[in-house]
Design a protein around this ligand. Structure first.
Ligand code: EIS
Length: 203
């Protein structure tokens, strides 16, 4: 699932710009990660795909103006009700959650502290990222849904798309994806901080 052939996250340019098209394709691909986790997670996949769709729409409506994700912010920073700024913010948060969850799996493997039960990593990632933006109701839903988190073994098998004996390959691919994913998230965080666009309004 995490192979190179599947739209990788772009390496930011030297002046920290992120190619919009590649970023959105990679985000859409990563959204499918939740479909792989199980059908109960399809709403998550749809939420992320919805963010990507809104951003693609914005790019279409501004022909020739958006090459980089940064351009979306530059064009919309003054608009207090920008759909695109909201969509990118939620997309970034979902990516950040996914990134920490995957990072947890990779780190535990390296430290020799693997656990078949991935729910603790899922909850840790949640607490560091999405929780503060979720009201009571959504937190309860998350808590419920997180119980359906697959075991480490099942997850790695699903990510190998049915092939056997792929565990170390899949883990190496996860680690590879994390490199640019982390850079992309960091760059978007800097942009939101710089233009003071982050909000802690809860859903
Ligand atoms: C954002 O979603 C949109 O993304 C954004 C805009 O519409 C904005 C509104 O200001 O909201 O509510 C979403 C949030 N997204 C905010 C949560 C979606 C997750 C799906 C929740 C599951 C629903 C199940 C329904 C069941 C109903 C039962 C009812 C019983 C009575 C391994 C475990 C992993 C678990 C989950 C990981 C979560 C990832 C991330 C989601 C991001 C999020 O928090 S916009 O859209 O701007 O494009 O218009």
């Amino acid at each position: 699932f995490f192979t190179k052939a599947h739209s990788p996250f772009p390496e930011p340019t030297l002046d920290e710009k992120i190619k919009a098209d590649e970023f959105l394709s990679a985000s859409n691909h990563l959204a499918q990660f939740f479909g792989i986790l199980g059908t109960i997670f399809t709403p998550v996949q749809s939420d992320i795909a919805g963010n990507v769709k809104k951003l693609r729409q914005f790019i279409e409506e501004n022909p020739g103006k958006v090459v980089y994700v940064n351009d979306i912010i530059l064009l919309e920073a003054g608009n207090t009700q920008s759909i695109s700024i909201d969509a990118l913010l939620w997309l970034k948060r979902a990516l950040e959650f996914t990134m920490l969850f995957i990072d947890g799996i990779v780190c535990d493997t390296k430290n020799g502290s693997t656990n078949e039960d991935l729910r603790p990593l899922c909850l840790q990632a949640y607490e560091k990222t999405l929780k503060k933006y979720h009201g009571w109701m959504v937190q309860q839903i998350f808590n419920l849904v997180s119980r359906a988190c697959p075991s480490r073994r099942d997850l790695l098998t699903s990510l190998a798309l049915g092939e056997t004996d792929m565990e170390s390959t899949v883990l190496a691919q996860m680690e590879e994806v994390l490199v640019n994913l982390k850079k992309n998230v960091a760059t978007i965080n800097q942009l939101y901080a710089h233009y003071n666009l982050d909000t802690d309004v809860k859903v």
